[in-house]
Every structure is written in structure tokens, then in C-alpha cells.
Design a protein around this ligand. Sequence first.
Ligand SMILES: *[C@@H]1O[C@H](CO)[C@@H](O)[C@H](O)[C@H]1NC(C)=O
Length: 147
Amino acid sequence: MLRFACVLALVAIAVAEVEIVVHDCGSKDAVINSILVDQCVKEPCIVHKGQDYTVHVNFTMTRTVSEAHNVLHGGLGFLQVPFPLNPEMACNVNVPCPLEAGKTYLYTNTMTCPDFAPSLRVTARWEIKDENHHDIFCFATALQITN
Ligand SMILES: *[C@@H]1O[C@H](CO)[C@@H](O)[C@H](O)[C@H]1NC(C)=O
């Protein structure tokens, strides 16, 4: 019985990812098809400090762009706090470049929740910007940050 429970627990860890609802915040060059977050089992994702989280965004380009840049903000009420993503240049790290109109791509990024993050519920606003600083895509999701 105990062994069975352990096997179940392992399976639960292996498949711990959730498809989150797409809250589009101004995609200009693409349409978001789906967003998956690893290490999250339900929305809002509970994010532990020091732990890694991977986001997978499946999107289809409506326009061809040559560059892609990572921009992340944490929203606390009306305050938008920039959260630098490393590297800022997403080309050939998170997505191939150029991104061609009509094609579907997968954007993947792993980030570690910093120890200095406040233990609060925040709204993450994730933007991928093109060479003209327009959003290729943008999505927002609530996160519960905890120790
Ligand atoms: C993206 O989503 C589409 C539509 O759901 C699916 O057909 C395709 O296989 C996905 N592509 C990737 C790279 O996951």
C-alpha cells in the first residue's frame, strides 16, 4: 500500500504542469495558442522562492519579426515592477529567430523565483518584444509567491 502511494506521488510530480488560461495583454505579432507552466498544478501558480519554473508558450506568428526580447513585470496593484530576465535577448535561446508569419513556435523559458521576492500575490506580465519594441505576444497570470 505504501509502495503504491509512493509510485502515485512520483507520477504526480512527473506530470506537475498546468495549462493556464490565456490572459492576452496586447499581442501584436502573434496569437497565443496555449501556455503550460511546469511545477504548477493549478492557477494561480504557487511559486516558492529559490525554485525553478518553466513556461512553455505555443504561439502562431501573424507577422515576420527578426528579433525577440524578454520583458517581465510583476504587478502589485497599480505598481509595475520590472523583473530582469537573463538573457534579455530571446533569439536562439527561447525561440529561433527570425520568427516567420504563419508558423507556430514554442517559447520556453526557465526562471528561478528570487529569494528577495515579496511573499504576496502578484500579477506577472510577460512580454516578448520585437525589434521595434512592439509586443510579439504578451500574457498576464497571477502568482502566489511563498517561502
Ligand atoms: C501548438 O499548438 C498547436 C494547436 O494546439 C498544435 O497543433 C501544435 O502541435 C503545438 N506545437 C508545439 C510546437 O507544441
